[in-house]
Write a new protein. Structure first.
Length: 201
């Protein structure tokens, strides 16, 4: 929750014309969308487009000219996906929806997927042998390896790349104000969100 509050303050400082609420849990975020508790929502693109209430993306973040980031498997030995294997990944869609989404994205039906709200929790699951491998964004690999006391091996999932952070807008009356606010963010603030530029769709 401390990280959520810290991010909320940073975003509020960068987007003074907007009222900002940061949700620490995926379930709370999706409940807010369902209840229309906000005019616009910032999240990874899959969280916006694949929730129970999909939100159309208006602004897409880019990094080195790309709108999506490749995903990697991390394990204590060479990670290979097969039916029945256990893996852990960040929760973007909810504890029930995320495992289904990951299986479909990987082309499997029975991969056992645990989800966590923090990267640190993923590493704990691996170190306690509760999962065989992790599924993480490329930009997260360094953080996981730095915190691990074990030698870890990685493998890119060539068929898997999820969209970078994006902004979906429910209330079209405020779309211009929201777009202008995000386009005006500082380079450092965008870097903190894992993007270099915002692209209006």
């Amino acid at each position: 929750m401390k990280k959520a509050k810290s991010l909320q303050k940073k975003l509020a400082d960068q987007l003074p014309s907007l009222d900002i609420i940061v949700y620490g849990r995926s379930s709370d975020f999706h409940k807010a969308i369902k209840k229309q508790e906000g005019d616009a929502f910032l999240a990874f693109r899959i969280a916006l487009e694949n929730g129970k209430v999909p939100v159309a993306v208006s602004i897409q973040g880019t990094l080195k000219g790309k709108e999506a980031e490749p995903y990697y498997l991390i394990g204590t030995s060479a990670p290979t996906v097969s039916e029945g294997i256990k893996m852990a990944t960040r929760d973007l869609l909810g504890r029930r929806a995320m495992p289904k989404f990951v299986n479909k994205a990987l082309g499997f039906k029975k991969v056992k997927v645990k989800v966590a709200n923090k990267t640190e929790d993923l590493l704990t699951l691996l170190q306690l042998n509760q999962v065989d491998m992790l599924l993480v964004r490329k930009s997260t690999i360094g953080k996981v390896q730095a915190k691990s006391n074990q030698k870890l091996e990685t493998k890119e999932v060539s068929s898997l790349a999820f969209g970078l952070p994006a902004v979906g807008i429910l209330n079209k009356e405020v779309e211009k104000a929201v777009v202008d606010a995000f386009l005006g963010m500082s380079t450092e603030a965008k870097k903190g969100l894992g993007v270099e530029t915002w692209k209006k769709l």
